[in-house]
Design a protein around this ligand. Sequence first.
Ligand code: NDP
Length: 321
Amino acid sequence: MQMRNLGESGLFVSELCFGAMTFGGTDGLWGKVGRLDQEDADALVKVALDAGINLFDTANVYARGRSEEILGRSLRNLGVSRRDVVIATKVASAMGDGPNHRGASRGHIISECRASLGRLGVDYIDLYQIHAFDSATPIEETLEALDTLVRAGDVRYIGLSNWAAWQVMKAIGITRARALAPVTSLQAYYTLVGRDLEREIGPLLSSERVGLMVWSPLAGGYLTGKYSAGGNAAGGRQTELDFPPIDRIRGEPLIAILKAVAEKHGASPAQIAIAWLLKQSIVSTVIVGAKRVEQLQENIRSASIALDDTDLAKLDEVSRL
Ligand code: NDP
């Protein structure tokens, strides 16, 4: 597993990151995303660690805190040394009904950081990310709260998630002008069936040397090809949850090319979709999601697939904006 600097920071992260969004769901949205218990989680985290993955992504809102609890316990169950893993979590989504139980205000960020530290069972978070832009809070307030957490030693690096290019640029400007902890990374959706990020975010991240953590690299499983003719999507998330939303009209010719490139490499469409992301220079790490050990093992093998110029040209032609 290759290690890459996260943005311009000195933090090294594996080019594949393990996403823990499937841990702990019971019903509703999180039940649809995944219902993995502690035993399932231990097995997946072990496969990830054995493959050399050092970066683990979760969020306070995933299964209302259960994902953080389960991930933290898995890392302890497996006897992992704290300094050998990079733990990333997020804040901003609603954790309760009141107006101060959501968003990116100073109060909510600081309270939720304490809660996340407790659920994860750690004394610092490596990467603390604002899950979504909060238009009700001044960006200055958010960035100063994050800086407070960094100075207190609760958080090592700060990141953003799902912010528009102008919002990211505004945040970068403010951190520089006020000498606050810098923005290290952005989490964003980017796949062969969703390349919108290349318009504004991509050039911004290259120019400002902010790292990119890609979420939903298989478009929720769609890029495995199992939702197309001949596939077996029984029980698959996209049968009951259209997340992320997919343009299936654009998607079908792409799936055909993915299958052809996969056949050439003796690989699966999922592996080619992830290998393509790893070839994009703006990508720091790809957050892989998997519900089963076999899925994770398959996805991890993407890192050893070498796509050539012909493969890349075919994939680009069928998927470009
Ligand atoms: P993917 O797009 O990779 O979808 C993962 C799902 O696809 C799995 O749960 C599984 O679902 C299916 N799948 C995965 N691998 C295979 C395979 N080899 N063969 C067949 N099916 C497969 O990623 P996610 O949407 O799960 O997101 C990954 C991570 O990104 C999350 O865990 C989270 O950490 C992060 N994320 C961040 C967001 C943000 O707003 N910042 C938003 C979303 C995710 P099934 O078996 O049901 O088909």
